[in-house]
Ligand binder design. Structure first.
Ligand code: CA
Length: 321
């Protein structure tokens, strides 16, 4: 049985990703650790508990950081709705969160479950805090699949940056410099052929399950916002694409491993994920600007292309039960 720890700022696409993991027959989800991001910490916690309830799961939920390390928290209500779940007026969850802090839970589980797959669906604040307290956890974690970044330099918050990295770039930099075995699934993966069209949305609704209905309904607002943002019609689900990679890395069709740096200083390119695709970071022209990343050995596997058809089939299977 593979073991997953999911760190999430639970909004509407996180909810679908969580449903996918909870439905996987060979995966045990050890914890959902919650971070402020698309919505505030309390709302994200409530959303995670409600999503687990829809899945019939009693996975423990741990509250973590309520704001980025050094910056003001900026939500994404404009994209996911006030409550992060498309303002459908879902009832409060029946369960509450655990007492233990998410950062403590991440460290404890890294040691208790060596080889764990860490899947991050939100800002990397909790992960950075855990690594700062105990850098040794990086070697205990088997895989770290990160939904975040825009390695092709077309972001969803700014032209340069994707939300999860943009909102807490210092945490992202610490995480990428930690020697965690990072597989980065950027925003581009969820676009184009990965977007669910109207016929595919209808097929999912026709599954007739509570999970399928929830997955589509709670993303109604996000679907509209995505159209306004990109001009692409349909439902784009970023976190589920990363979860698909976590469940089956082969869904990522082309990968390469590079040194990576996160922009923390510039206003224009804050949170940009700069991937050294041509491996020039150590050249004379670049060595100075890249010294921090080079010294830390900040490398990640970057997912460039993606099997959208396989992803959609996985999604449907997960929502069918
Ligand atoms: Ca998320």
């Amino acid at each position: 049985m593979r073991r997953f720890l999911i760190d999430t700022d639970t909004a509407s696409d996180d909810a679908v990703a969580i449903l996918m993991a909870l439905a996987a027959p060979d995966v045990r989800v050890c914890a959902l650790t919650i971070v402020a991001g698309n919505v505030g910490l309390e709302q994200a916690t409530r959303n995670a508990l409600y999503t687990a309830e829809i899945a019939g799961s009693d996975v423990p939920v741990f509250k973590g950081a309520s704001a980025p390390l050094m910056r003001v928290h900026e939500d994404a209500h404009w994209f996911h709705g006030r409550d992060g779940l498309g303002d459908q007026n879902y009832p409060p969850p029946r369960r509450g969160a655990e007492r233990e802090h998410a950062v403590d839970a991440i460290i404890r589980l890294a040691y208790a479950e060596p080889g764990l797959t860490l899947v991050t669906l939100g800002p990397l604040t909790n992960i950075a805090l855990a690594l700062a307290r105990d850098p040794g956890i990086a070697a205990k974690i088997g895989r770290c699949v990160v939904m975040g970044g825009a390695p092709c330099c077309e972001g969803n918050v700014t032209p340069a940056a994707e939300y999860n990295i943009w909102v807490d770039p210092e945490a992202a930099r610490m995480t990428f410099r930690s020697r965690l075995p990072i597989e980065m699934v950027g925003w581009h993966v969820s676009r184009g052929a990965s977007v669910l069209g109207e016929a595919e949305i209808a097929e999912i609704l026709a599954l007739g399950t509570a999970k399928a209905r929830f997955a589509i309904e709670c993303n109604g607002r996000a679907k509209q916002a995505y159209f306004v943002q990109t001009g692409e019609a349909g439902l784009s689900l970023a976190d589920p694409t990363a979860m698909a990679v976590a469940l089956d890395r082969a869904v990522g069709l082309s990968w390469s491993r590079h040194t990576i740096e996160i922009e923390c200083a510039s206003e224009l390119t804050r949170g940009m994920t700069i991937v050294d695709r041509l491996n020039v970071a150590a050249d004379d022209n670049n060595r100075r600007a890249w010294r921090g990343a080079l010294k830390a050995g900040a490398k990640a596997d970057i997912c460039w292309t993606f099997d959208s058809a396989a992803f959609k089939a996985m999604l449907k299977r997960a929502l069918a039960e």
